[in-house]
Write a protein that binds this ligand. Structure first.
Ligand SMILES: [Zn+2]
Length: 60
């Protein structure tokens, strides 16, 4: 049930790069609602596996 390829990823905000390797492809580990109605996304770099947390504005 787990597809090896995830093509459903929303485009991250422009300019998001892995601070470790500069890669721009991330796998989204999970999304949750953060304080203030924003969305917190936990991402993992597809190249080096480094994990980042991003906050995105949520559309009410
Ligand atoms: Zn990386």
């Amino acid at each position: 049930m787990m597809p090896s390829h995830d093509n459903r990823q929303p485009a991250p905000k422009r300019g998001l790069e892995c601070p470790g390797c500069g890669g721009t492809h991330f796998r989204v580990l999970y999304t949750r609602r953060a304080v203030g109605g924003r969305l917190l996304r936990r991402r993992e770099c597809r190249h080096c596996g480094r994990r980042l947390t991003t906050y995105e504005a949520a559309f009410a």
